[in-house]
Design a protein around this ligand. Sequence first.
Ligand code: PLP
Length: 275
Amino acid sequence: MCLVHMCGGNANMDEIMAVVKEHNLKLVEDAGQAFAASYKGTATGLFGSAGAYSFDFFKIATAGEGGIFVTNDENTYKLADSYCDHGHDHIGNNRGMENHPIIGFNYRISELHAAVGAAQTRKVPAIRTANLKHKAFLQKELSKVQGISFSKLGDDNGDSGTFLNILMPDTETAKRTVDEFNKAGVGGFNYWFTNMYHFINQWEHIKGLKTASKLPIQVLGAPQDYNNLQLPKTQAVVGRLISFGIRCTWTEEELKNLASKISECATKALKPVNA
Ligand SMILES: Cc1ncc(COP(=O)(O)O)c(C=O)c1O
């Protein structure tokens, strides 16, 4: 099972782990957006056999590019260590003479990027504290607008505070709200349903399995026809969701301004619903 902790939050791990145990599954966690998030005191990414955090330019800690892979299993660690670096086993002090237990790829991070990532990681507790304060302010202000609700996390105490996730009553209202944001020049949000490559509605390349070279599933037979994959419950939730990226650098004035602009736009978009 590959679990994605989206928008800086945490999934309900008690429920997920019950399914993992019941069906004897291996859990792999994509905590790409959830570095600094946790569930009941355990960091996201540490529940499964392996986890990963993205350190791209958009994340709470950035290395410019790159990320971190975590596992508690020595064999998995060694395989990942070799896989990301041309299969090198990293034993000894002569790179040219190292052995290659497997075929690997060139996914290794550079020393320079890693140094930036290490420095940025030290700032994460302070960034998270500021983010959570800003998010709490926005949620307090926006909860005054009837019709706006907020997505729920598995554990509110473990939020990394990187996203404010607004849920509108339905997809049409969310689309109208996005139109109002665009008209009013409100930026800094993602409407995953139509705009972003994170959601299946924009995955024509995956649905069509458009690849530069053949994938194993194309040679051996695809287990899933992505063109006919129907996800009505997911579509209904993601259609309602608008996510604002939180900035730790926002001033009080910027926060107040943003809260009032979001409220105004949402109120206009909600008119037909509340009428
Ligand atoms: C949830 C999630 N997983 C994985 C990734 C990929 O991260 P990277 O580009 O660092 O490999 C991203 C990047 O946006 C992400 O948001």
